[in-house]
Write a protein of this length. Sequence first.
Length: 432
Amino acid sequence: MNVSRVPRPRSHEAYRRAQRLIPGGVNSPARAFGAVGGEPPFIARGEGPYLYDIDDHKYVDLIGSWGAMILGHAHPEVVEAVTEAMKAGSSFGAPTERESEIAELITEAVPSVEMVRMVSSGTEAAMSAVRLVRGVTGRNVIVKFEGCYHGHVDSLLVAAGSSALTHGTPSSPGVPPGCTQDTLVLRYNDVHGLEAAFASRGREIAGVILEPVVGNMGLVPPTADFLTALRSLTTRFGALLVFDEVMTGFRLAFGGAQELFGASPDLTIFGKIIGGGLPVGAYGGRADLMKHIMPAGKVFQAGTLSGNPLATAAGVATLRILRDRPPYDHLEHLGLRLEDGLRDLATAARIPHQVSRVGSMWTLFFTEKPVTDFDSARRSDTARFARFFWSMMDHGIYLPCSQFEAAFLSAGMDESHIDRILHAAGQSFLSL
Ligand code: KE4
């Protein structure tokens, strides 16, 4: 399939080299172009809202490291913070004060998080939160929702979104039935389904985990009734409510999706933005729950590089900027301009579409019906998305390489970037 009109010879060679020693040539399937065909450009550098590939092509970056780079690439204050931290040593295996600094920033930003533990990825945060809810309640059943992705922890890699969905393997080989027999998978935004699950197994449910705004089936916001039912049912049956804010945390508001919706989960997991692009994750919540985590309590969790000096330096610098110079109104303004523009252009081109957006997270679905859950997301015309993706790429706009991912705006963008995206989309719609 001839997917691109733009030659990328150096990336082609780099991909061949990578495929010799790295499975699929990538260190994460989300970066492979399985869903759109062709080969991924290899990136030389990022700067502000731009990516530059090794064939000297420049792109407006709408991936932002899958949401982490809300400030854009190589922000000078983040670069400075990490450079200084590196000069002092990259890891000690002993506590540092900056771990308290980032804990203070997170707990001040998110009132429901009274204590927090740093880890090194969102997956690790999700895995630890699941162990905690089971350890605290003495129950085994975990409820998740089709299309939500919480990293590649065995018990949650069922009907997962993101690249698990993109590559058509919502449930992975290598996950023994024993790991998922206690995982109950429900439909997102389905209040009746949730009520029925609690009616039949409520006293077995340790916790419910969800993306409070889903990015991993493409962008799907929750209904107010769904959020209300989640909180009331978990409380009534003694289960714990876990918000996976790895993507939405510090993205949709400084206090994340829970600030936007006035929600108060028992536990929250974080990643991406809190590490400013370095490997990071965190889980936190009610102090009475977190005090069960070793060594304060008996629920085991550990990590050599948890809270390491470089990730905390990048994270503290990033969170301070977001706290002191919040970009959220600016990002909402840009997001609304983009949403209205895309809708107008797709309508004029008579292309069935849905534009789904919350703040600076958005997805253009190629389907005529509203997308409210996994089934409606999967009705999208993924072949048309692939053609759109490559046309946008050739116009210098780098979208996430799957219909089932959210795209991200970054704070360094202005209206001129939105207009560039809209111009490219308008041209692309003509050839879909
Ligand atoms: P990591 O283990 O990749 O740091 O975080 C897992 C995770 C957990 N929860 C949510 C809501 C997430 O979006 C993620 C990771 N997101 C994907 C993109 N959809 C990361 C991209 C990748 O896997 O390479």
